[in-house]
Design a protein around this ligand. Structure first.
Ligand code: G6P
Length: 610
């Protein structure tokens, strides 16, 4: 997501910050800014758009002099990309200036509290609440550490803050929770960065901050504190990666990095609508009255977003009992179908720019249908034109084959399904509580699956020379099979088809050859036996059976060539777990085939033409 940097030393801070931020551009961003503390004054420059614009604005750094500063590349989450919302943000009198990565979940409560103390807010960001809360305590304590400690006890969410305090020259302060922050040690200078790649050209001596730690930088001195304010010793580490690896966080490809970011994407997406123990859809433009009046839902999307919608179709129909049609945007836009005015069109798109999806959304609007967009890129065209938006919090996705954005889309869909079901009284309170509990456990279960990824790496080599594969499932498992199959074909170029398992006998079975990969998904108990029979039909014709099943499923234990178990969860959420091994399988086959995983041939991340 956002890139963060801090520097104090003897060199011009703006030069160091501009160079370092350039190394973070790969993360994707929509605005950039920096602040430099010089002679008791903090000077700030920031803008929507590229770093180049910022660089020109401050004439390559020479108009902002000073040797202590902070910098930021922003990827908008709260508040559209704009000059005002760009970081750094400051307290009313610019005593405290901050850059931030992450989400302050309880920013509304904080703003309300501070408003009562006379604070005014000028941006749409959650970050402004944080800087003003720190300032509020700073005014009482006159001590950065004490102010930060008090503020972070109140701030909920995940964050990495880097700050300047006007009255503390040559000092940069930082704090982190759940998001990375690294301190770099140079000779007579020190650094803070969200990502080691930003400081590698200056130092390879780094400290990795633990969760809930506070850091103070002085020229060449780095000190750490715990949440009680006690100093903590820490060991210096030497970074041995090259620059390229550093940008990928040590992973060989962005795709694998993003696969590992899924737990966070899922958590943040849920966290964006979950406040004080409750899901609140008012802020995405849906109140109880709207929800009760929906008589039909159309889910409209392309590619993987369509596959997320396919899962949602089953989940919404089953939980909320609202009829759902899932539509390919490229088809929907040219259809003449009668549409009920009480319908809701849910538009799913990572980029928010896919031409067919945008056209289909406009078509729905022309028909007088309310549109709700589930979008990852803030301020994108679909987000701007939809009646309301549910932003997924996946952060920028670099690899063409989507993983974390798809996972975040699933969560947004589950949240809608749960809330629709609750508001329409289709589920009782105790089941709703179970769903609430299970959805919040998904991140840790995703990480648990990733811990076992080597099993799939080993098996992938079997398919290096394969030409065809089938992915089978029924209901939600069919929707997962579609996404798994797409991952395989997108990046490994292995021809792969997803088949609703019951359709096998109506044609596809004639294609099964000895050794062909037949992957089956089994997460829905009432269908275990059905899909097991279809898999056995494939096995008896020579298929290599790879099963992704929920732990506890006893079927095919003897007959499968490999069973990869995923943890149990409510069956409506099982797609979020079952898809992970299938993403990994596609990835490992592509790696085994020595292909360009992140930039597969002929494909684009964002398809803005018809
Ligand atoms: C392209 C991408 C896919 C994506 C699809 C829809 O084909 O390669 O990963 O699922 O477009 O994109 P959207 O941005 O609308 O989700």
């Amino acid at each position: 997501m956002c890139g963060i940097l801090g520097y104090t030393g003897n060199r011009q801070a703006s030069d160091i910050l501009l160079n370092g931020l350039a190394k973070l551009e790969y993360r994707g961003y929509d605005s950039a800014g920096l602040a430099v503390l010089d002679k008791g004054e903090i000077k700030i420059a920031k803008n929507k758009g590229r770093l180049k614009v910022l660089e020109e604005k401050i004439k390559s750094g020479h108009e902002i002099s000073g040797t202590c500063g902070i910098g930021h590349t922003r990827w908008a989450t709260h508040g559209e990309p704009s000059d005002v919302n760009a970081h750094p943000l400051w307290s009313d009198d610019k005593d405290v200036v901050i850059v931030h990565n992450g989400i302050v979940e309880n920013y509304r409560e904080i703003k309300n509290k501070l408003s009562e103390h006379g604070y005014k807010f000028y941006s749409q960001t959650d970050t402004e609440a944080a800087v003003k809360l720190i300032d509020f305590y700073y005014k009482q304590e006159k001590n950065p550490l004490k102010a930060i400690l008090k503020a972070i006890k109140e701030i909920e969410g995940s964050y990495c803050f880097v700050m300047l305090f006007k009255d503390f020259p040559d000092e940069v302060w930082g704090a982190r929770k759940d998001l990375p922050l690294i301190a770099g040690q140079g000779k007579d200078e020190s650094f803070l960065a969200s990502d080691v790649s930003a400081i590698l050209q200056d130092t390879r001596q780094v400290y990795y901050l633990d969760n809930m730690e506070i850091v103070q930088l002085k020229k060449g001195v780095v000190r750490f504190f715990d949440t009680e304010g006690y100093a903590k010793p820490k060991e210096l580490s030497e970074v041995t990666w090259d620059m390229n690896a550093a940008e990928k966080g040590g992973f060989e490809h962005f795709m694998m990095k993003e696969i590992h970011e899924q737990a966070r994407a899922v958590k943040d997406t849920f966290g964006s609508v979950y406040h004080s123990g409750k899901i609140n859809l008012n802020e995405i433009g849906l109140n109880d009255e709207n929800i009760k009046s929906i008589s039909q839902i159309y889910i409209i999307a392309c590619g993987s977003a369509y596959h997320a919608g396919a899962v949602a179709q089953y989940v919404i129909e089953d939980l909320a009992k609202i009829p759902v049609r899932i539509e390919l945007a490229s088809e929907f836009r040219y259809r003449n179908m009668p549409m009920n005015k009480n319908s809701l069109a849910i538009i799913i798109s990572q980029s928010g720019e896919t031409a067919d999806t945008l056209a289909a959304m406009r078509r729905a609007k022309e028909n007088g249908i309310k549109t709700l967009a589930i979008v990852n890129v803030v301020g994108s065209t679909i987000a701007r034109e939809a009646d309301s938006v549910f932003y997924t919090m996946a952060g920028p996705e670099i690899a063409v084959a989507t993983t974390k954005a798809y996972s975040a889309q699933l969560i947004a869909c589950y949240v809608l399904a749960m809330q629709f079901a609750k508001v329409r009284n289709e589920i009782d309170d105790s089941y709703y509580e179970k769903l609430m509990s299970d959805i919040q456990k998904l991140p840790e279960k995703i990480d648990e699956i990733l811990d076992a990824k080597e099993t799939l790496e080993e098996i992938a080599y079997k398919f290096v020379n394969s030409r065809n594969a089938f992915y089978l499932g029924r209901n939600i498992d069919y929707a997962v099979a579609m996404e798994g199959s797409l991952k395989m074909k997108e990046i490994s170029y292995l021809h792969s088809e997803a088949i609703a398992a019951g359709e096998m006998k109506h044609g596809p079975i004639s294609l099964i050859e000895k050794g062909m990969l037949v992957a089956g998904v089994m997460t829905q108990k009432n269908l275990y036996q059905k899909i097991a029979s279809n898999m056995l039909e494939a096995k008896s014709r020579g298929g290599f059976l790879l099963i992704v099943a929920t732990r506890g499923c006893e079927n095919l234990k003897e007959e499968a060539d490999l069973i990869f178990y995923v943890p149990e969860t409510d069956e409506h959420f099982a797609a979020s777990l079952a898809v992970i091994p299938l993403q990994l399988l596609g990835y490992y086959v592509a790696v085994a085939r020595k292909l360009d995983v992140d930039k597969p041939r002929n494909l684009a991340k964002s398809v803005t033409v018809e």
